[in-house]
Design a protein. Sequence first.
Length: 272
Amino acid sequence: MRKLPNIKHIVAVASGKGGVGKSTTAVNLAIALTKEGARTGILDADIYGPSQPTMLGINDRPEVKNGKTVLPIVAHGIQSMSIGYLVDETSPMVWRGPMVSMALQQLLHDTHWENLDYLIIDLPPGTGDVQLTLSQKIPVDGAVVVTTPQDLALMDARRAYEMFRKVNVATLGIIENMSTHTCTKCGHEEDIFGKGGAQKMARKYGLEILGSLPLDIKIREQTDSGVPTVIEEPKSKTTKTYREIAKRIMEKLSLQNETISGKFPKIVIKND
């Protein structure tokens, strides 16, 4: 599978289950990568329920270039594309699997991405048509699995990992979301979704926990308002965690590239 000319790395963010904060994590991760100096984009691959337009605070339609490609909409320093930019937000997408897969490919290939270091793909929940299209038709460099400590979420996270493994997409690590909750009134910290689940999954599959994020009402409020946490609270502990996760992903992809390049023979020219 050939790399796309204007994109150096493609990273899929998956969960296997809805409601674990995957899209919130994806958009904050994309912005965190820009804060580390990378040119970053985000592709909203959830055709049935696109959420990135709301999270990025975008109500505009993308411009068409030369009648062939569309320009990504830039917000908070990242280039973005979503089916939500092209249809009315109340219009249901009554499409079958093949149409959804084709739409995803068009959103990727017909968008004029401008020299990206990283493209984050925000996958929908599950392991269906969109995920298979992504793994078979798009040159993904690695995947990140988002989960909560809850057993039900971990079951689906394991399915997401197994799907990527079967299609030979490397899983870069796990992000544990909603790991703890701190009461805004008394400051008491509580593991309301359980504890240690992500660690067990990491040990079982030999994966790294890239970071743990809290269950914080401010994260929800900020993404709902179109100003994600990394922008709204640049010096917060949560933003620091997002940026640390971004740096770990950059390091892992860099090491991955070195490993791949090391497999090729080197040509040495000598004078006789």
